[in-house]
Design a protein around this ligand. Structure first.
Ligand SMILES: [Zn+2]
Length: 400
């Protein structure tokens, strides 16, 4: 079987300036005032918040089916305090309903609900650090690292090998330390990602390199080639199939770094059947889950399972020491982010198990929140609870 070397876009020209977003569009603001579009943020189909929530709950239901023994199986289902019912909370100012006294699994890789929340929070942190660094006159490059692979390599094998190779490479071999110093690297943020394509799983790292200032193109290309050679050494040391000089390591300009951060995590937001099939880079894990949920593709379900089990506990973002402190970014855990609720919501009512379980079995828990938001008299919500209870006696009981 041929080895696949990954698909890193070519090194591009670099631009001075910073990234600016007006919520809808983001652009790279050049020092001479010119704007370069970075693409719209609205690559996501426009969906209402209620539709987005419903889609997340629906995908969560399918992820649970694939991962019945994992913590995700109890996400937004099991109660925190089993002596109490499930609380239905309502934030008047935002007209937003939510559940209280429910466990959140905080799985940033596999849970469509928790991952969206965690990513949103982490992304704001990354932006803050990046903007802070650019504001002091620094520059940020985007370095991409991968090794070659094909469909015969398990994700576990690739992940373990890359973990060792990355630790060596970023932690600093004598050579990589000297090269990073020549680059002017002060800090970095390492983001871990996986896609799946015809050559199997493609785990790769995107590293935001916070450097003192932008380098001359020729100097940068020279350093990149030396870093690529050292990365190949680190892959060899970890027993990984070796990448070649062209594909293992790439460094792109600040525009790409900004664009990358802007798009990071948007994949959770896609609410409709947006399967990126055939596209360069393959399908993301949530594409696989969507393919399983929407098209009943069992193979995609299996791959999602393999991904979720292999990546359990892996860190999505790794910040170099001192960077968070430098820009006053807090040290929240994924669980803390997932469990965050506003403290202005009022408790409307509580659902005992006899009502809560039918709502879950019939996948109507997102609808209940929507009805609470649509009808403050709660008539619509109460009718749904009643209907689910009635239906419960007509449908076969499933484990859950
Ligand atoms: Zn979850």
């Amino acid at each position: 079987m041929d080895l696949f070397y990954g698909a890193n876009p070519p090194l591009s020209t670099s631009f001075h300036g910073s990234v600016v977003s007006n919520g809808k569009y983001s652009y790279w603001l050049l020092s001479d005032g010119k704007k370069l579009p970075l693409g719209t943020i609205t690559e996501t189909p426009s969906a209402t918040p209620a539709e987005v929530r419903k889609r997340r709950y629906q995908l969560l239901y399918h992820a649970k089916k694939l991962l019945p023994k994992e913590r995700i199986a109890g996400c937004l289902f099991k109660r925190v305090d089993a002596a109490q019912g499930v609380k239905v909370l309502f934030n008047k100012a935002r007209n937003k309903a939510n559940y209280g006294n429910l466990q959140r699994c905080a799985n940033p890789w596999a849970c469509p609900y928790c991952a969206a929340k965690i990513t949103e929070s982490r992304k704001a942190d990354v932006k803050k650090a990046m903007d802070g660094h650019l504001a002091t006159g620094g520059y940020v490059y985007l370095m991409t690292l991968t090794n070659s692979h094909n469909a015969s390599h398990s994700l576990k094998f690739l992940k373990e090998g890359q973990r060792q190779a990355m630790r060596r490479f970023m932690g600093g071999t004598r050579v990589s330390r000297a090269l990073f110093a020549a680059l002017g690297k002060q800090h970095h943020i390492n983001a871990y990602e996986v896609t799946h394509g015809q050559n199997g799983f493609h785990p790769h790292h995107h590293v935001l390199l916070f450097v003192a200032s932008e380098l001359d193109q020729e100097v940068l290309e020279g350093l990149r080639d030396q870093l690529a050679a050292e990365w190949i050494n680190c892959c060899a040391n970890a027993g990984l199939p070796l990448p070649d000089m062209k594909h293992g390591l790439d460094i792109r300009s600040g525009r790409f770094a900004a664009d990358y951060v802007n798009k990071w995590g948007l994949e959770h937001e896609m609410t409709k059947g947006h399967i990126k099939k055939g596209k360069e880079g393959g399908m993301t894990p949530f594409d696989l889950l969507r393919d399983y949920a929407d098209n009943g593709n069992a193979q995609s379900g299996k791959l999602f399972q393999e991904f979720a089990l292999s990546f359990k506990g892996a860190r999505q973002l790794v910040w170099s020491r001192g960077l968070k402190k430098l820009y006053k970014i807090g040290e929240k855990t994924d669980q803390e982010i997932a469990d965050e609720t506003d403290n202005v919501s009022e408790e409307l009512f509580t659902l005992d198990q006899e009502f809560w379980i039918p709502l879950n079995r019939q996948q109507r828990t997102a609808d209940l929140l929507q009805y609470v938001e649509e009808d403050p008299s709660l008539q619509k919500a109460m009718e749904l609870v009643r209907q689910c209870l009635l239906n419960e006696h007509k449908i076969p009981i499933l484990d859950g």
